[in-house]
Design a protein around this ligand. Structure first.
Ligand SMILES: [Fe+2]
Length: 170
């Protein structure tokens, strides 16, 4: 397990059972920190919550990128840092500075159109990403542990080491 879970010098104001805080430059300078998700789609881990089953990450999609159709069984909160995107199933567009709440039960397909070179959005995701086909049939899912495994495999491949992800796990 990560050294980040080990108590070292902590302020007196911090409860001894409190996990370590995480402070990160959200948009990394090292390109290798971005984990490939699909063609033209990457995620950058920020916090993996293994106790309530959820995670926070940045999603980056470059033009013509599509995130597979998926259902959320639990709520998602998003904040657009850069660019814009939309869901095929809705008629609104999330633009830079937009806050988006995705309620449980929502199924959608995220797309970034040709006129947007790149979008980056912060997402706080509870539960899992439940991927579905056109008929709504399950094609797989990703929970916090699947996301951690994806990071471990990628960080091993790019030379950061599997344990690089440990700093984001609580
Ligand atoms: Fe979603």
């Amino acid at each position: 397990m990560s050294v980040t879970a080990v108590k070292t010098e902590r302020p007196a104001s911090t409860h001894p059972l409190s996990p370590m805080e995480i402070v990160e430059t959200a948009i990394p300078e090292d390109e290798r920190v971005w984990v490939p998700q699909a063609a033209n789609v990457w995620f950058r881990p920020l916090m993996f919550n293994t106790l309530n089953g959820g995670w926070c990450n940045l999603l980056r999609v470059r033009k013509s990128g599509v995130l597979s159709r998926h259902l959320h069984p639990a709520p998602v909160h998003g904040f657009v840092l850069k660019g814009q995107w939309r869901y095929l199933e809705h008629d609104w567009i999330a633009t830079e500075g937009s806050y988006v709440f995705e309620p449980p039960g929502e199924t959608h397909t995220l797309v970034v159109d040709e006129d947007c070179a790149e979008m980056i959005t912060f997402f706080n995701i509870a539960g899992c990403m439940y991927y579905v086909d056109e008929q709504g049939n399950s094609t797989g899912f990703e929970d916090v542990f699947a996301k951690i495994d994806m990071c471990r495999a990628h960080y091993t491949e790019v030379g950061l080491g599997a344990e690089y992800v440990d700093q984001f796990i609580r």
